[in-house]
Design a binder for this molecule. Sequence first.
Ligand code: ADP
Ligand code: MG
Length: 351
Amino acid sequence: MITVEHLTKRYGEFTAVNDLSFEIEEGHVYGFLGPNGAGKSTTMNIMTGCLSATEGRVSVDGYNIFEEPDKAKRLLGYLPEQPPLYMNETPLEYLKFVGEAKGLRRQELTRQIETVILQARLEGVENRLISKLSKGYRQRVGIAQALLGNPKIIILDEPTVGLDPIQIIEIRDLIKQLGQEHTVILSSHILSEVQAICEKVLIIAKGKLVAFDKPENLEKLFMASQGVSFVAEAKKDEIDEILKEMDAVSGWQMKALENGSTRVDVQIEPGNVSDICRNIFFAFAGRKKALLELTSKKANLEDVFIELTESNEPEAERGESNVTEAEMKESYTPEAAVKKGDSEEREVEKE
Ligand code: ADP
Ligand code: MG
């Protein structure tokens, strides 16, 4: 459906998108996941013909976006990060304007506007000024204009940024619904979001594609970021001796605790964490050393993200990243917030 080959975008000396290649197949919901500044918007702007590339090629259903932009763009509906909404128009006027620009006329235009108003659930507000609408409704107007012309592919850049928890749930539901009839690509810097909506995830970091898989496979891929921690009533050299003998243990750090016991963080090879916990338990019990705590850490997509973005950064640059670990570990779910009754406007965007 969309083929991106060796796409590169430079702004002067700065490379925002770096040799990106991937293929989007028909009928799935794809997520571009990456921290702020990763190059998601730049990539989407190029894929939709809104921005030129420095190098590389994008084809949409066989049409080269640079050589046959009109044919390629007809297949695409795009909601940019900052949609150009006209505040002193109504959704109806705005949709008419966009529809005409897309080449729709008369009955076809009227029919399509009616359809997208229903699809984006704008019934009842279509004659109110856009400036009077909530951010959630404005986002729906943006989605509605992307749907005009019934394009096969819908591309949405950070569609839930700045929305409150209830609006986020509604927009996510809407996107899932669109995914039944369209190929959808959305971007997000929130891991739980792509996990909730997307069937395939492209992780982009510093302009590079660092992973492309189903959310569940990414977790499997990075079982290595799993680990085991324990506190043992044993001295460091005794612990070294036990762990050295153990299969599937790739490394460990120890910290002596005040009560004479030792806290140990163990890195393990991909495999069954329960087996490793069991082996640790019996190895210490066999030597009559008590384990006071034993816990395992399961890898999730958030760990994968951190792992991938870090392993793609040169050692010296780490820590300079403008994204903190806490930010990347964003695990905020609007569902939870709604349950807590927190429906106030919440800035999800961190910048
Ligand atoms: P994302 O959408 O993933 O947050 P962007 O694609 O917006 O990332 O930006 C990628 C990088 O390119 C950022 O470091 C950004 O500052 C830089 N960038 C984006 N647009 C421009 C521009 N017009 N001129 C210079 N740098 C830019
Ligand atoms: Mg962006």
